[in-house]
Design a protein around this ligand. Sequence first.
Ligand code: SF4
Length: 625
Amino acid sequence: MSTPVIQVKDLKTYFQTPKGVAKAVDGVSFEIPKGGTFALVGESGCGKSVTALSLIQLVPEPAGYIAGGEILLNGRDIAGLTEREKRAIRGNKISMIFQEPMTSLNPVFTIGDQIMETIRLHQRKTSAEARTLAMEMFGKVGLPNPESLINEYPHRLSGGMRQRVMIAIALSCKPDLLIADEPTTALDVTIQDQIIELIREVKESTGTAILLITHNLALVYRNAGTVGVMYAGKIVELTATKNLFRNPMHPYTVKLLRSIPGGEKRGKALDTISGTVPPATSYPAGCHFSGRCPREMEGCASVYPELTERAAGHTVACHLHDPEFMAGGNSKPLRHEPDALPPLTAPYAEREVLLDVRALKTHYPVRKGLFKKITGFVKAVDGIDLTVRKGATLALVGESGCGKTTAGKSIIQLIRPTAGEILFKGSDLARMDERTIKPFRSLIQIIFQDPYSSLNPRLMIKDTIEEGIKVLKPGLGKAERERKITEVLDRVGLTPDMMYRYPHEFSGGQRQRIGIARALAVDPEFIVCDEAVSALDVSVQAQILNLLKSIQRDFGLSFLFITHDLSVVEYIADEVAVMYDGKIVERNSTVEIFSNPVHDYTKKLLAAIPKIDEELVKLWKLPGK
Ligand code: SF4
């Protein structure tokens, strides 16, 4: 058997922090053969990215350091190399592509300069040779017109094109190992599909080994040969991808898999994982998942479960699979969550129309020249019709730049539309001035993708929520406002004392809960959710989707759900409108859209979603009786 490209043995990467030593990676082992794909999955903060940085020798020093273990590249230990030796490996033998290419492309150099520099540095080519090779690489990754593109700056390219440039740079030196850290998370589903296909082609033609880091489990299912599930610095389950999806053995893996939204779970709550990943400075002495595990036993928090082979080629770190532990006195159950998931919503039925959008247009003038003369119009929204029913969810889907966010903002009058009618409970919002629209403002709210950027960092949560109540519900006194804030925080799963904290003291999921609480505080009837769960881990996303479903049921709310994530749509929406280039190309019930799409663009969008076979979903049961 040939030597694996990369062998990681008991890797430990620690950070010195004011709170003590943070054990971000705490004894991780795996290997990737030539041409193989190994995926690392798990929630944010589990150590996946630090593992990747350790491999490429980019752990931020001096706080971060490799505290133990070996990293063998083609059999040679690279953990203790000098800076000069590390530089020779980085970008040459090991390359990395990141989630957001803009942060790793230098904005002041052309993309041609950036790829040619890498080629010259590692391959000792002349400028002319580097230029020829650069254009060849751009062609290979499907970038159009390499000759003219080579002189472009990163900001002039779309997200998908920038990601292709990053891949071209990463592959230009034919690395032995390519690390892809959330390579498609920021991209539309169709572009995502092309990028994954591209990585697959490269792997097959060059034998490059791939380390894929992602929270998209369907992507892993379709692309990886082996998977390591990482939790709190450790790999807790490691096996061939088909084994993991057919027979997940660790309770954490089962919970992660069951939090994936999808059509087969419509009308049911998604499974969620209570609590958060423990800080790397204070893991429990025993199983790191104790405290959150639905099957925790008395000895779990104090006795560490070693990663052990429990079935052929299937290793898992959980006492439930250890006959010796289960026969001893430590195996008394502490917690036992039921396996079945409760139904959450009543079946969708015809309901009265709350919002009726007719022939809505939002055009922006294009101005040119010294006198800023109007030379044309960008038709961001170009004559769309939509209907949102009471207590129901309409999903507006499409790729970036199709006009869906502009449509959402135009409907709630954050942007004034150019033409059309927006009939909300029969009144046309588009014809109202600031004074007449005021009573409607509290009824119509919006939740954004990144609540952090929409929360004032200098205001306590109480002040942020109260600000909205004061403006939109001026009749409420101080005591009533405070009661309302306590009520909505409680409703979204936060405690009243949290109102005295600032936004930076919360996690991403908690901040999204605050965004929801702020919207709920003014008693809305209609909420636009603009990519509201797109930036969240799948486990946190499941909690927020459950929360949105339950507040919809309890308050009879209607949602316009703007997203590019079609598996979320299949789970949450009653109806779907597909938008392309400013127009709605198809509208129908969710079931019909997913089972019988008519428009070619809808078919293309649906075909690009990575999917997990439905019969596997039924197999995801928690271990233990
Ligand atoms: Fe950890 Fe115990 Fe849960 Fe297994 S059952 S994952 S050992 S807490």
